[in-house]
Ligand binder design. Structure first.
Ligand SMILES: [Zn+2]
Length: 87
């Protein structure tokens, strides 16, 4: 599990903007990310522990990768909707 920080997620989001992978929601906190050029498909999941955010990706990267960067945009929107819905 990799901890998400403001610095590493900003870099990942920036890379995702260039790479523009396809993000599909599997369920809340789980996403499938496909590289449109190579067709490579990876799964990203998010966890929150004690106020800290963590992410996992099935790709070989050992840091916060652009798959996570691509997913977090969709994740933030969904999490806000869930939050609003439960109020
Ligand atoms: Zn990845």
């Amino acid at each position: 599990m990799l901890e998400i920080t403001k610095e590493n997620i900003e870099k990942a989001i920036e890379k995702a903007r260039i790479t523009k992978p396809k993000v599909k929601v599997l369920e809340f906190r789980r996403y499938a990310v496909t590289n449109k050029t190579t067709g490579a498909n990876y799964e990203v999941s998010f966890t929150k522990i004690g106020g800290k955010k963590f992410a996992d990706c099935t790709c070989p990267a050992t840091k916060i990768c652009y798959h996570i960067g691509a997913s977090i945009g969709a994740h933030i929107v969904l999490a806000e909707q869930m939050h609003t819905a439960t109020r």
